[in-house]
Design a protein around this ligand. Structure first.
Ligand code: ADP
Ligand code: MG
Length: 398
Protein backbone atom coordinates (compact mmCIF):
# COMPACT_ATOMS: atom_id res chain seq x y z
CA UNK A 1 0.00 0.00 0.00
CA UNK A 2 2.64 2.42 1.11
CA UNK A 3 4.96 1.45 -1.74
CA UNK A 4 2.15 1.89 -4.18
CA UNK A 5 1.53 5.36 -2.90
CA UNK A 6 4.94 6.90 -3.02
CA UNK A 7 7.85 4.98 -4.45
CA UNK A 8 6.29 2.89 -7.23
CA UNK A 9 4.09 5.71 -8.32
CA UNK A 10 7.06 7.96 -9.02
CA UNK A 11 9.10 5.09 -10.44
CA UNK A 12 6.38 4.34 -13.02
CA UNK A 13 6.07 7.99 -13.84
CA UNK A 14 9.78 8.40 -14.50
CA UNK A 15 9.98 5.14 -16.49
CA UNK A 16 7.18 6.23 -18.81
CA UNK A 17 8.50 9.77 -19.09
CA UNK A 18 11.98 8.43 -19.97
CA UNK A 19 10.47 6.37 -22.80
CA UNK A 20 8.61 9.40 -24.10
CA UNK A 21 11.76 11.53 -23.98
CA UNK A 22 13.80 8.83 -25.79
CA UNK A 23 11.15 8.68 -28.52
CA UNK A 24 11.10 12.45 -28.87
CA UNK A 25 14.91 12.65 -29.04
CA UNK A 26 14.93 9.88 -31.67
CA UNK A 27 12.47 11.99 -33.66
CA UNK A 28 14.98 14.84 -33.62
CA UNK A 29 18.25 13.03 -34.37
CA UNK A 30 17.29 10.19 -36.72
CA UNK A 31 17.54 11.04 -40.37
CA UNK A 32 17.32 14.76 -39.77
CA UNK A 33 19.90 17.18 -41.26
CA UNK A 34 21.26 19.89 -38.99
CA UNK A 35 19.39 23.03 -39.99
CA UNK A 36 16.85 25.49 -38.50
CA UNK A 37 14.17 22.76 -38.50
CA UNK A 38 16.46 20.57 -36.40
CA UNK A 39 17.09 23.39 -33.90
CA UNK A 40 13.42 24.33 -33.44
CA UNK A 41 12.46 20.68 -33.08
CA UNK A 42 15.26 20.05 -30.55
CA UNK A 43 14.35 23.12 -28.54
CA UNK A 44 10.71 22.08 -28.25
CA UNK A 45 11.73 18.58 -27.14
CA UNK A 46 13.96 20.13 -24.47
CA UNK A 47 11.12 22.32 -23.13
CA UNK A 48 8.62 19.45 -22.93
CA UNK A 49 11.18 17.10 -21.36
CA UNK A 50 11.94 19.72 -18.69
CA UNK A 51 8.19 20.15 -17.93
CA UNK A 52 7.69 16.39 -17.62
CA UNK A 53 10.80 15.85 -15.48
CA UNK A 54 10.14 18.74 -13.10
CA UNK A 55 6.43 18.10 -12.69
CA UNK A 56 6.68 15.66 -9.73
CA UNK A 57 8.93 18.11 -7.86
CA UNK A 58 6.40 20.93 -7.90
CA UNK A 59 3.06 19.44 -8.96
CA UNK A 60 1.74 22.95 -9.52
CA UNK A 61 -1.22 23.75 -11.76
CA UNK A 62 0.85 26.23 -13.77
CA UNK A 63 3.33 23.46 -14.67
CA UNK A 64 0.46 21.27 -15.87
CA UNK A 65 -0.85 24.10 -18.06
CA UNK A 66 2.65 24.85 -19.36
CA UNK A 67 3.10 21.17 -20.26
CA UNK A 68 -0.22 21.03 -22.09
CA UNK A 69 0.36 24.29 -23.95
CA UNK A 70 3.92 23.41 -24.94
CA UNK A 71 2.95 19.91 -26.14
CA UNK A 72 0.13 21.41 -28.24
CA UNK A 73 2.55 23.91 -29.76
CA UNK A 74 5.08 21.08 -30.20
CA UNK A 75 2.81 18.80 -32.23
CA UNK A 76 1.51 21.63 -34.40
CA UNK A 77 5.07 22.82 -35.03
CA UNK A 78 6.06 19.27 -36.02
CA UNK A 79 3.10 19.11 -38.34
CA UNK A 80 4.21 22.39 -39.90
CA UNK A 81 7.89 21.42 -40.13
CA UNK A 82 7.31 17.96 -41.57
CA UNK A 83 4.30 18.25 -43.91
CA UNK A 84 5.30 15.01 -45.67
CA UNK A 85 4.69 13.01 -42.45
CA UNK A 86 0.93 12.69 -42.78
CA UNK A 87 0.67 10.57 -39.58
CA UNK A 88 1.37 13.81 -37.68
CA UNK A 89 -2.31 14.62 -38.17
CA UNK A 90 -3.26 11.60 -36.03
CA UNK A 91 -1.15 12.99 -33.20
CA UNK A 92 -2.94 16.35 -33.48
CA UNK A 93 -6.26 14.54 -32.96
CA UNK A 94 -5.01 13.00 -29.73
CA UNK A 95 -3.31 15.97 -28.07
CA UNK A 96 -5.97 16.33 -25.31
CA UNK A 97 -5.28 12.71 -24.32
CA UNK A 98 -2.09 13.88 -22.59
CA UNK A 99 -4.02 16.06 -20.19
CA UNK A 100 -6.13 13.05 -19.14
CA UNK A 101 -3.04 11.75 -17.37
CA UNK A 102 -3.21 14.64 -14.89
CA UNK A 103 -6.88 13.96 -13.97
CA UNK A 104 -7.73 17.61 -13.82
CA UNK A 105 -11.05 18.37 -15.53
CA UNK A 106 -10.34 22.06 -16.11
CA UNK A 107 -7.02 21.22 -17.72
CA UNK A 108 -8.68 18.65 -19.98
CA UNK A 109 -11.38 21.07 -21.19
CA UNK A 110 -8.72 23.73 -21.65
CA UNK A 111 -6.67 21.36 -23.78
CA UNK A 112 -9.74 20.34 -25.82
CA UNK A 113 -10.67 23.95 -26.58
CA UNK A 114 -7.06 24.89 -27.32
CA UNK A 115 -6.78 21.99 -29.77
CA UNK A 116 -9.96 23.05 -31.58
CA UNK A 117 -8.69 26.61 -31.91
CA UNK A 118 -5.37 25.40 -33.29
CA UNK A 119 -7.02 23.01 -35.74
CA UNK A 120 -9.38 25.75 -36.97
CA UNK A 121 -6.35 27.94 -37.57
CA UNK A 122 -4.45 25.11 -39.31
CA UNK A 123 -7.33 24.20 -41.63
CA UNK A 124 -7.87 27.85 -42.54
CA UNK A 125 -4.16 28.11 -43.34
CA UNK A 126 -4.27 25.01 -45.54
CA UNK A 127 -7.40 26.14 -47.39
CA UNK A 128 -6.53 29.83 -47.79
CA UNK A 129 -2.71 30.03 -47.95
CA UNK A 130 -1.27 26.58 -48.66
CA UNK A 131 -4.05 25.52 -51.06
CA UNK A 132 -2.99 21.88 -50.80
CA UNK A 133 0.63 22.38 -51.89
CA UNK A 134 2.21 20.87 -48.75
CA UNK A 135 -0.87 19.10 -47.41
CA UNK A 136 -2.70 17.61 -50.41
CA UNK A 137 -4.13 14.76 -48.30
CA UNK A 138 -6.02 17.29 -46.17
CA UNK A 139 -6.91 19.78 -48.89
CA UNK A 140 -8.58 17.19 -51.16
CA UNK A 141 -11.06 16.19 -48.43
CA UNK A 142 -11.27 19.02 -45.91
CA UNK A 143 -14.79 18.10 -44.74
CA UNK A 144 -13.89 14.44 -44.16
CA UNK A 145 -10.83 15.46 -42.15
CA UNK A 146 -12.80 17.94 -40.05
CA UNK A 147 -15.41 15.25 -39.29
CA UNK A 148 -12.71 12.76 -38.29
CA UNK A 149 -11.04 15.34 -36.10
CA UNK A 150 -14.32 16.21 -34.34
CA UNK A 151 -15.10 12.50 -33.87
CA UNK A 152 -11.74 11.96 -32.20
CA UNK A 153 -12.36 14.92 -29.83
CA UNK A 154 -15.78 13.55 -28.86
CA UNK A 155 -14.27 10.13 -28.25
CA UNK A 156 -11.63 11.64 -25.98
CA UNK A 157 -14.31 13.60 -24.15
CA UNK A 158 -16.23 10.39 -23.39
CA UNK A 159 -13.13 8.53 -22.26
CA UNK A 160 -12.26 11.38 -19.92
CA UNK A 161 -15.80 11.86 -18.65
CA UNK A 162 -16.33 8.18 -17.79
CA UNK A 163 -12.93 7.78 -16.15
CA UNK A 164 -13.44 10.94 -14.15
CA UNK A 165 -16.85 9.80 -12.93
CA UNK A 166 -15.29 6.57 -11.66
CA UNK A 167 -12.53 8.43 -9.89
CA UNK A 168 -14.97 10.81 -8.25
CA UNK A 169 -17.06 7.89 -7.02
CA UNK A 170 -13.98 6.27 -5.56
CA UNK A 171 -12.95 9.51 -3.88
CA UNK A 172 -16.41 9.89 -2.35
CA UNK A 173 -16.28 6.32 -1.13
CA UNK A 174 -12.92 6.93 0.49
CA UNK A 175 -14.18 10.10 2.19
CA UNK A 176 -17.15 8.19 3.57
CA UNK A 177 -14.91 5.43 4.88
CA UNK A 178 -12.66 8.01 6.50
CA UNK A 179 -15.63 9.73 8.13
CA UNK A 180 -17.11 6.42 9.31
CA UNK A 181 -13.79 5.38 10.82
CA UNK A 182 -13.53 8.73 12.59
CA UNK A 183 -17.01 8.23 14.02
CA UNK A 184 -16.06 4.77 15.25
CA UNK A 185 -12.90 6.05 16.93
CA UNK A 186 -14.93 8.85 18.47
CA UNK A 187 -17.40 6.29 19.80
CA UNK A 188 -14.60 4.27 21.38
CA UNK A 189 -13.13 7.37 22.99
CA UNK A 190 -16.54 8.45 24.26
CA UNK A 191 -16.45 5.94 27.12
CA UNK A 192 -13.17 7.38 28.35
CA UNK A 193 -14.43 10.94 27.98
CA UNK A 194 -17.62 10.18 29.88
CA UNK A 195 -15.49 8.72 32.63
CA UNK A 196 -13.44 11.92 32.87
CA UNK A 197 -16.48 14.18 32.94
CA UNK A 198 -18.08 12.22 35.72
CA UNK A 199 -15.43 13.27 38.26
CA UNK A 200 -15.92 17.06 38.05
CA UNK A 201 -19.67 16.58 37.96
CA UNK A 202 -19.56 14.48 41.12
CA UNK A 203 -17.57 17.21 42.89
CA UNK A 204 -20.00 19.97 41.89
CA UNK A 205 -23.01 17.84 42.72
CA UNK A 206 -21.55 17.04 46.16
CA UNK A 207 -21.18 20.74 46.94
CA UNK A 208 -24.69 21.53 45.77
CA UNK A 209 -26.19 18.74 47.86
CA UNK A 210 -24.31 20.01 50.86
CA UNK A 211 -25.55 23.58 50.32
CA UNK A 212 -29.11 22.36 49.87
CA UNK A 213 -29.07 21.08 53.42
CA UNK A 214 -27.67 24.30 54.90
CA UNK A 215 -30.15 26.84 56.28
CA UNK A 216 -27.98 29.86 55.70
CA UNK A 217 -25.81 30.17 52.61
CA UNK A 218 -22.29 31.50 53.17
CA UNK A 219 -20.02 29.34 51.06
CA UNK A 220 -19.33 31.61 48.15
CA UNK A 221 -15.62 30.86 48.39
CA UNK A 222 -16.29 27.35 47.03
CA UNK A 223 -17.78 28.72 43.85
CA UNK A 224 -14.42 29.10 42.16
CA UNK A 225 -13.66 25.45 42.95
CA UNK A 226 -16.91 24.38 41.34
CA UNK A 227 -16.30 26.58 38.34
CA UNK A 228 -12.85 25.04 37.93
CA UNK A 229 -14.34 21.58 37.95
CA UNK A 230 -16.94 22.57 35.36
CA UNK A 231 -14.20 24.16 33.26
CA UNK A 232 -12.37 20.85 33.23
CA UNK A 233 -15.51 19.09 32.05
CA UNK A 234 -16.05 21.73 29.39
CA UNK A 235 -12.45 21.42 28.20
CA UNK A 236 -12.75 17.64 27.89
CA UNK A 237 -15.96 17.98 25.91
CA UNK A 238 -14.58 20.57 23.50
CA UNK A 239 -11.45 18.50 22.88
CA UNK A 240 -13.65 15.56 22.14
CA UNK A 241 -15.81 17.57 19.77
CA UNK A 242 -12.77 18.93 17.96
CA UNK A 243 -12.01 15.46 16.62
CA UNK A 244 -15.55 14.34 15.89
CA UNK A 245 -16.72 17.24 13.79
CA UNK A 246 -16.47 16.87 10.02
CA UNK A 247 -13.64 18.76 8.33
CA UNK A 248 -15.70 20.51 5.67
CA UNK A 249 -14.53 24.00 4.93
CA UNK A 250 -11.27 23.76 6.83
CA UNK A 251 -8.42 25.20 4.81
CA UNK A 252 -4.84 24.04 4.42
CA UNK A 253 -2.76 25.73 7.08
CA UNK A 254 0.60 26.00 8.73
CA UNK A 255 -0.12 23.74 11.67
CA UNK A 256 1.94 23.81 14.84
CA UNK A 257 2.42 20.18 15.89
CA UNK A 258 2.73 21.04 19.59
CA UNK A 259 -0.89 22.01 20.42
CA UNK A 260 -2.20 19.29 18.11
CA UNK A 261 -0.18 16.64 19.92
CA UNK A 262 -1.15 18.10 23.30
CA UNK A 263 -4.86 17.93 22.47
CA UNK A 264 -4.58 14.44 21.12
CA UNK A 265 -2.49 13.03 23.94
CA UNK A 266 -4.69 14.62 26.62
CA UNK A 267 -7.71 13.02 25.06
CA UNK A 268 -6.02 9.66 24.62
CA UNK A 269 -4.63 9.77 28.16
CA UNK A 270 -8.20 9.33 29.30
CA UNK A 271 -8.53 6.35 26.98
CA UNK A 272 -5.25 4.92 28.27
CA UNK A 273 -6.29 5.35 31.89
CA UNK A 274 -9.00 2.74 31.38
CA UNK A 275 -6.18 0.19 31.22
CA UNK A 276 -3.73 2.13 33.37
CA UNK A 277 -1.59 3.19 30.40
CA UNK A 278 0.09 6.55 30.26
CA UNK A 279 1.41 8.73 27.45
CA UNK A 280 4.61 10.79 27.62
CA UNK A 281 4.89 13.68 25.26
CA UNK A 282 8.03 15.54 24.24
CA UNK A 283 7.74 18.14 21.46
CA UNK A 284 10.41 20.49 20.14
CA UNK A 285 9.29 24.08 19.54
CA UNK A 286 8.59 25.30 16.01
CA UNK A 287 7.52 22.02 14.40
CA UNK A 288 5.21 23.37 11.71
CA UNK A 289 3.72 21.35 8.87
CA UNK A 290 1.35 22.19 6.04
CA UNK A 291 -1.87 20.25 6.61
CA UNK A 292 -5.48 20.22 7.74
CA UNK A 293 -5.33 20.02 11.51
CA UNK A 294 -8.35 17.72 11.78
CA UNK A 295 -6.68 15.17 9.50
CA UNK A 296 -3.44 15.48 11.40
CA UNK A 297 -5.38 14.75 14.58
CA UNK A 298 -7.06 11.77 12.99
CA UNK A 299 -3.67 10.41 11.93
CA UNK A 300 -2.13 10.82 15.38
CA UNK A 301 -5.17 9.50 17.23
CA UNK A 302 -5.17 6.34 15.10
CA UNK A 303 -1.47 5.69 15.67
CA UNK A 304 -1.39 6.50 19.40
CA UNK A 305 -4.61 4.57 19.98
CA UNK A 306 -3.07 1.52 18.27
CA UNK A 307 0.00 1.92 20.50
CA UNK A 308 -2.18 2.01 23.64
CA UNK A 309 -4.19 -0.97 22.47
CA UNK A 310 -1.00 -2.96 21.87
CA UNK A 311 0.45 -2.04 25.29
CA UNK A 312 0.33 -4.29 28.32
CA UNK A 313 -1.44 -3.26 31.51
CA UNK A 314 0.16 -0.08 32.95
CA UNK A 315 2.61 0.18 30.05
CA UNK A 316 3.53 3.59 28.70
CA UNK A 317 3.63 5.11 25.23
CA UNK A 318 6.09 7.82 24.30
CA UNK A 319 5.37 10.43 21.66
CA UNK A 320 8.10 12.77 20.41
CA UNK A 321 8.29 15.41 17.72
CA UNK A 322 11.57 16.89 16.55
CA UNK A 323 12.92 19.02 13.72
CA UNK A 324 15.52 17.33 11.53
CA UNK A 325 16.92 19.48 8.73
CA UNK A 326 13.93 20.00 6.46
CA UNK A 327 11.57 17.59 8.17
CA UNK A 328 9.38 17.28 11.21
CA UNK A 329 9.80 13.81 12.65
CA UNK A 330 7.10 12.39 14.90
CA UNK A 331 7.76 9.11 16.68
CA UNK A 332 5.29 6.98 18.60
CA UNK A 333 6.85 4.24 20.61
CA UNK A 334 5.21 1.49 22.65
CA UNK A 335 6.58 -1.50 24.55
CA UNK A 336 3.57 -3.61 23.71
CA UNK A 337 3.00 -6.86 21.91
CA UNK A 338 4.83 -5.87 18.69
CA UNK A 339 4.46 -7.44 15.27
CA UNK A 340 6.31 -9.92 13.04
CA UNK A 341 7.85 -8.78 9.73
CA UNK A 342 4.93 -10.38 7.88
CA UNK A 343 2.42 -8.43 9.95
CA UNK A 344 4.27 -5.17 9.37
CA UNK A 345 4.10 -5.78 5.60
CA UNK A 346 0.30 -6.08 5.78
CA UNK A 347 -0.17 -2.74 7.55
CA UNK A 348 -2.27 -0.27 5.63
CA UNK A 349 -4.12 -2.94 3.68
CA UNK A 350 -7.85 -2.22 4.03
CA UNK A 351 -9.60 -4.44 6.61
CA UNK A 352 -6.37 -5.95 7.92
CA UNK A 353 -6.91 -6.23 11.67
CA UNK A 354 -5.90 -8.69 14.36
CA UNK A 355 -8.31 -7.23 16.90
CA UNK A 356 -11.68 -8.79 17.62
CA UNK A 357 -13.40 -5.42 17.32
CA UNK A 358 -10.98 -3.79 14.88
CA UNK A 359 -11.96 -2.41 11.49
CA UNK A 360 -8.51 -2.51 9.91
CA UNK A 361 -9.17 0.85 8.29
CA UNK A 362 -7.25 3.07 10.71
CA UNK A 363 -3.84 2.57 9.16
CA UNK A 364 -5.13 2.69 5.60
CA UNK A 365 -6.43 6.17 6.41
CA UNK A 366 -3.12 7.06 8.08
CA UNK A 367 -1.17 6.11 4.94
CA UNK A 368 -3.49 8.21 2.81
CA UNK A 369 -3.23 11.25 5.07
CA UNK A 370 0.56 11.01 5.22
CA UNK A 371 0.81 10.70 1.45
CA UNK A 372 -1.57 13.61 0.94
CA UNK A 373 0.83 15.92 2.76
CA UNK A 374 3.99 14.52 1.12
CA UNK A 375 5.11 12.69 4.22
CA UNK A 376 6.39 9.18 4.88
CA UNK A 377 5.48 6.63 7.52
CA UNK A 378 7.61 3.75 8.70
CA UNK A 379 7.04 0.93 11.20
CA UNK A 380 9.71 -0.85 13.18
CA UNK A 381 8.47 -3.66 15.34
CA UNK A 382 9.52 -6.77 17.16
CA UNK A 383 7.16 -9.31 18.70
CA UNK A 384 7.12 -9.06 22.50
CA UNK A 385 9.30 -5.95 22.51
CA UNK A 386 7.25 -3.18 20.97
CA UNK A 387 6.70 -0.92 18.02
CA UNK A 388 8.01 2.44 16.84
CA UNK A 389 6.16 4.40 14.20
CA UNK A 390 8.10 7.21 12.52
CA UNK A 391 6.29 9.85 10.49
CA UNK A 392 8.11 12.53 8.54
CA UNK A 393 6.53 15.65 7.09
CA UNK A 394 8.22 18.48 5.23
CA UNK A 395 8.96 21.29 7.70
CA UNK A 396 7.41 24.67 6.94
CA UNK A 397 8.10 27.98 8.64
CA UNK A 398 5.45 29.52 10.84
P1 ADP B 1 -7.62 -1.66 13.93
O1 ADP B 1 -6.95 -0.84 14.98
O2 ADP B 1 -9.05 -1.32 13.74
O3 ADP B 1 -7.37 -3.14 14.08
P2 ADP B 1 -5.61 -0.50 12.24
O4 ADP B 1 -5.54 -0.29 10.76
O5 ADP B 1 -5.48 0.68 13.11
O6 ADP B 1 -6.96 -1.27 12.51
O7 ADP B 1 -4.46 -1.52 12.63
C1 ADP B 1 -4.34 -2.75 11.92
C2 ADP B 1 -3.59 -3.78 12.72
O8 ADP B 1 -2.22 -3.43 12.84
C3 ADP B 1 -4.07 -3.95 14.16
O9 ADP B 1 -5.17 -4.82 14.23
C4 ADP B 1 -2.83 -4.49 14.86
O10 ADP B 1 -2.79 -5.88 14.72
C5 ADP B 1 -1.68 -3.92 14.05
N1 ADP B 1 -1.02 -2.80 14.77
C6 ADP B 1 -1.14 -1.50 14.48
N2 ADP B 1 -0.39 -0.75 15.31
C7 ADP B 1 0.23 -1.61 16.16
C8 ADP B 1 1.15 -1.47 17.26
N3 ADP B 1 1.58 -0.26 17.68
N4 ADP B 1 1.58 -2.60 17.88
C9 ADP B 1 1.16 -3.81 17.46
N5 ADP B 1 0.30 -4.02 16.46
C10 ADP B 1 -0.18 -2.94 15.80
MG1 MG C 1 -6.53 1.21 14.97
Amino acid sequence: MKEFHDRLHKKYYYTIVSFIIVLMVMGVVIDNPFNSRFIIHGLMVAIISACLLFYPLFEHAWLRYTTVISSTVFFYTLFYLYPETWSGFVLLCFIPAFSILFFDSRLFYFSLVLNMLFIAFLFSYIVVVDKGQSYPYIYTDVVGNVVNFMASQILLYFIFHLTNLRIQKQRLYYEQVQQAERMKTTGQLAAAVAHEIRNPLTVVKGFLQYYAEEKEFNHKQNFSLMINELNTAEHVISQFLSISKPDQGETLNHVDIEPVLKDVTELLNMYGLLNDNSIHLDVEKGCYVMAHSIELKQLLINLIKNAIEASHHSGSVSVTATKQKRHVVIQINDSGQGMTQEEVKSLGTPFYSLKSKGTGLGLMICYNIVEKYNGTIQFESEPGIGTTVTIRFPLVHS
